[in-house]
Write a protein that binds this ligand. Structure first.
Ligand code: SF4
Length: 667
């Protein structure tokens, strides 16, 4: 599997010097010399010099960010006109790259010629905030009033990002003052335009994967500025998320709430125009009628076919959207101010997108897409309805993406699914090179792995909660249990609540609306905790654990979309389980168990409870994807039982917590 590219090109000697044990990385920047990091930097360096696109699997702890940033800086030194795009999936990594570029710019000034570009909804729009001051809309938002009091400060933010605001405001308030939507004519003090301008001139542009996709979709350019000669080079980090992110980018959402919101806004502005008011009322009644036509039916997701009754209702919806859009256009032309005109422009643009998407699907011009109708009960007793057009097949989209760059590197700690040929096929990268690097962690010393017991099944909440208690006693907390089923997570939470209270553990369970960041923050304040998390906690979360419990193999739940996609794959002569579900789940599985060991001085217990690991024909794929050479024992193995608290503390070289310490935490 390890297909590293041999040979030395370009600035290889300089790279070796920089990353050597006595090189600047260690002596000037206080880093550690890591063999796998040097190897990765050399491989990446060779790939960009020889224009060979490459898939790289670099485990946690490799130091992958610097392994591509330093070769990029050296490349730019010798090739001034080249531009690089670094696309990542998380804001966390975007911030880390920005920090690293600032830190290493003393040694590599080329890193200063960089810009971080985010989606428009990440930038404060001072114009919209001023409109809030006029009481045009949303004057009831207390957070906005507090912001307005500090307007002068807001004009001097470094980037205009939400995290730079002097106070925290709600998502609803932020959605009213961020830069998402159509542009106004004013360019003075616009953070969004300022960021774009910087990105146009930068030679390294750091974006998130979604923005890269949207840029290509709506502007036909991956980043602002000159992108033709020479074509930019792409580094796509956290590439395991690429397919899901690009599927989202290619999807189109049409929610009734958004349509009703648009009608509401137009209604406010037409109260003194009787003829428009009548038209608007008729449009509103029409929308209600269509809504009634599709609202009846089971909750959850279903597929809308053009010839179904829902499809017929959607045809009428296209006409209704067109009518509302025409009214918004009329009001825009007569708008008394540029601000109001801007609001109408936004409404027109959103409605136009919904209209075009729906029409294309109903006219069967999008054969690789499916229309999904989702009914969800809302808090106010009404059913929320959402229509979404989602693609099945990303091959053409990926081919289009690769063609915009002269060389591409995909990087992730969990890139390879079942095999290298499968991975190449998944990412539409048939003739790319591949490389993987050994982990800097000594998993055989740092991790103990327990498989499900052979004498009993641990699959229901009572059995799972009993096992969590047993493990938490052994490690004195710092446990995370990952679930695939939200109901099971909640039931386990109920069963554990009393015990945790008695024993003084903080029980943190992921609610539907809790962000992983919020849980991590609480955990870091009191790590004597047990976290019950779902998929969001299994990927991209960095916390120091002592035990990780995987309650089930993280297969995606079956949904109408997945079923339709499986039918599509069969029609393409593919095996949906072998060619799609299994590799995708293995990537996720590797992400999940990868949460346990995050540092070289850390030790932890990995416990897998899913009985399918003992019986299913595919279980060997999951066992094989654990760290090489690791020994796993069954939970019921009398020779290698779960360690006691004392044994764990001794093995992990951790001081046994004194009763006084424990009591303090319990308070
Ligand atoms: S272009 Fe205008 S509306 Fe858009 S973010 Fe900038 S100031 Fe706001």
């Amino acid at each position: 599997m390890n297909l590293k590219m041999p040979g030395h090109v370009g600035s290889a000697a300089e790279l070796e010097r920089f990353f050597a044990p006595d090189g600047p990385m260690v002596t000037r920047f206080g880093g550690r010399a890591r063999w796998s990091q040097t190897e990765m930097a050399l491989t990446f360096n060779k790939a960009i010099h020889e224009r060979k696109s490459i898939l790289m699997e670099a485990p946690t702890g490799t130091g992958k960010t610097l392994a591509y940033l330093i070769p990029i800086a050296l490349y730019l030194r010798s090739t001034p006109r080249q531009r690089f795009v670094i696309a990542v999936a998380s804001k966390h990594l975007q911030a880390q790259i920005e920090r690293d570029m600032g830190r290493f710019a003393t040694e590599f000034p080329e890193l200063k010629e960089s810009a971080v570009l985010k989606g428009a909804n990440n930038y404060l729009c001072l114009n919209r905030l001023k409109r809030a001051a006029l009481g045009f809309r949303h004057r009831d938002e207390a957070g906005l009033r507090q912001l307005l009091d500090r307007f002068e400060l807001l004009e001097k933010l470094a980037h205009g990002w939400r995290e730079e605001l002097p106070i925290k405001i709600s998502d609803a308030a932020w959605s009213q003052i961020n830069g998402e939507g159509n542009c106004c004519k004013s360019s003075h003090g616009c953070y969004r335009r300022q960021a774009r301008k910087l990105a146009e001139q930068a030679r390294i542009v750091v974006v998130n994967t979604d923005l890269l996709g949207y840029n290509l979709k709506f502007t036909d350019k991956p980043i602002p500025g000159e992108c033709e000669q020479p074509k930019p080079i792409l580094v796509l980090d956290e590439a395991h998320t690429l397919l899901s992110r690009m599927t989202e980018v290619e999807s189109a959402d049409i929610s009734f709430r958004a349509l009703e919101g648009a009608l509401g806004m137009l209604g406010r502005d037409t109260f003194d125009r009787p003829h428009l008011r009548t038209r608007l009322d008729l449009a509103s009644q029409r929308l209600q009628r269509i809504r009634r036509g599709v609202v009846e039916g089971p909750e959850g997701q279903q597929i809308v076919k053009p010839e179904d009754p829902c499809g017929v209702a959607c045809r009428e919806l296209v006409a209704a959207i067109r009518e509302v859009k025409a009214m918004a256009a009329f009001l825009r032309k007569e708008a008394p101010s540029e601000e109001m005109a801007q609001d109408y422009r936004e409404v027109e643009s959103r409605l136009g997108f919904s209209e075009n998407t729906l029409r294309s699907y109903l006219e069967k011009q999008l054969p690789n897409y499916v229309m999904l109708l989702t009914r969800t009960p809302s808090m106010h007793g009404q059913t929320a309805i959402n229509l979404e057009l989602k693609p099945f097949d990303m091959h053409n989209v990926l081919a289009g993406l690769w063609s915009r760059f002269q060389q591409t590197t995909l990087i992730s700690a969990t890139l390879i699914g079942t095999s290298i040929p499968e991975t190449k096929k998944t990412f539409n990268a048939p003739d790319w090179h591949t490389a993987n690097f050994p982990s800097p962690f000594d998993y055989r010393k740092q991790m103990r792995v327990f498989l499900p017991p052979r004498d009993r099944e641990i699959s229901d909440p009572p059995a799972i909660s009993a096992e969590i208690e047993r493990i938490a006693k052994s490690t004195d907390g710092r446990v995370m249990a990952l679930f695939t089923n939200y109901k099971q997570l909640q039931e386990t939470q109920l069963l554990l609540a009393d015990w945790c209270r008695r024993e003084g553990y903080q029980l943190l369970a992921q609610e539907r609306n809790t962000s992983p960041e919020a849980l991590v923050e609480k955990y870091n304040r009191n790590p004597r905790s047990i976290i019950l998390g779902n998929h969001a906690m299994g990927t991209g979360v960095d916390i120091r654990l002592r035990a990780l419990i995987i309650t089930k193999i993280p297969f995606d739940q079956q949904t109408p979309y997945r079923e339709a996609r499986q039918d599509y794959l069969k029609s393409q002569k593919l095996n949906p389980f072998r060619d799609d579900t299994l590799p995708e789940t293995i990537r996720r599985w590797k992400q999940w168990w990868g949460r346990l060991i995050r540092e070289e001085n850390q030790k932890g217990i990995l416990v897998m409870l899913d009985p399918k690991l003992l019986t299913a024909s595919y279980s060997s794929y999951f066992i094989r994807s654990l760290p090489a050479g690791i020994k796993a024992t069954h939970l019921d193995d009398p020779v290698h039982p779960l360690p006691t608290r004392e044994q764990f503390a001794e093995w992990a070289n951790e001081r046994k917590p004194s009763t006084q310490e424990t009591a303090l935490v319990m308070e």
